[in-house]
Design a protein around this ligand. Structure first.
Ligand code: FPP
Length: 312
């Protein structure tokens, strides 16, 4: 039996809204599955009981505005299966596609994926070329769906160093989706946070010189507005897969107050259930921004016994 037939058979008793193929079709067609307000369990069709239970636990009114992900562990995923590293990247794209769709369904305002760092050029040329090809294939295949679902694609990083053909595809994709008003999908490519801060400082200096000002003093707002991420909210949640406790030169300015979630799961295995676990964990955190937060008794009272994320 082919995969499609197997899925049809295993899901044939689900109500229409919970049918995986129906959900996939609605995402492909760009139409919302139903009128709002949407019950959490109707956002998509849980593929396992665990996923369904996690969906029930998620509080849709307290989602982060911006989730940033360091997708790590593609190489190890492949090595553990005695496959070439590029097979891990291939599965990594599949995971990225699933997480992008899930975040769009959750109506997260912003999702940033760290796809290629400035340091990644030091990998073997064949791996770098494969990654660039994968990105172009992803865009070719998924751009119509991204656009139909009102997702705005933005690239952050020193784009001019990217190969001409990649740049051309990226330009087309970002221009096509520029006026979309749904989720911001930000892909970090040839990205490094220190380079971003240097670029922001130089842009400010250029402006100050051009205006002839000798007295100009920059402040935090000036720097934030010259970063590649200008106009986007700072990440509330930073997820890193594969267990490494590092931020690897990713969004250093913007993650000043982000909650950090590290999972041992390798990126190709990072499923919707893994995303839900991260979001639920985030919702249990108390965010203080350097203050004292809300006293426990008050917190417990105002959230009717649920632990509050006290979002500032
Ligand atoms: C790290 O794995 C991952 C990368 C270098 C990024 C590649 C990302 C993808 C292929 C996902 C593509 C995303 C989009 C938006 C289409 P690694 O090779 O460093 O793993 P390792 O640490 O186990 O060697």
């Amino acid at each position: 039996m082919d995969t499609l037939a197997r899925r049809r058979r295993s899901t044939s008793r689900l109500p229409a809204i919970l049918h995986p193929l129906a959900a996939y079709a609605t995402f492909r067609s760009g139409h919302a599955p139903s009128d709002s307000p949407v019950k959490t369990s109707e956002l998509w069709n849980p593929s396992t009981r665990q996923e369904a239970a996690l969906l029930e636990k998620l509080d849709q009114s307290r989602l982060p505005r911006h989730v940033a992900i360091i997708m790590d562990g593609n190489g190890r995923w492949a090595e553990r299966r005695r496959l070439p590293r590029v097979a891990g990247h291939q599965r990594g794209v599949k995971a990225a596609r699933e997480i992008i769709e899930a975040c769009a369904r959750l109506k997260l305002p912003c999702l940033t994926l760290y796809a290629f760092s400035r340091e990644n050029w030091s990998r073997p040329q064949a791996e770098v070329e494969f990654l660039m090809r994968l990105l172009r294939e992803y865009l070719k295949r998924e751009l119509p769906t991204i656009h139909k679902n009102n997702i705005r694609l933005t690239i952050i990083g020193r784009e001019s160093d990217l190969p001409e053909a990649v740049l051309k595809d990226l330009d087309r994709a970002t221009q096509l989706t520029a006026r979309n008003t749904g989720m911001n999908l930000v892909v970090a490519l040839n990205y490094g946070a220190r380079a971003e801060i240097v670029d922001a400082c130089n842009a400010i200096l250029r402006q100050a010189r051009a205006s002839g000002s000798q007295e100009y003093v920059a402040d935090e707002a000036a720097i934030a507005s010259h970063l590649y991420t200008a106009g986007l909210p700072d990440p509330d949640l930073l997820i890193r897969t594969s267990g490494e406790m590092r931020v690897s030169n990713f969004l250093l300015w913007q993650i000043a107050y982000a909650e950090i979630y590290v999972t041992e799961t390798l990126w190709p295995d990072f499923s919707r259930a893994c995303l839900l676990e991260a979001l639920i964990d985030y919702q249990k955190r108390e965010r203080r921004y350097g203050g004292l937060g809300t006293p426990r008794a008050e917190r417990d009272h105002s959230s009717h016994g649920k632990r509050s994320a006290a979002r500032g």
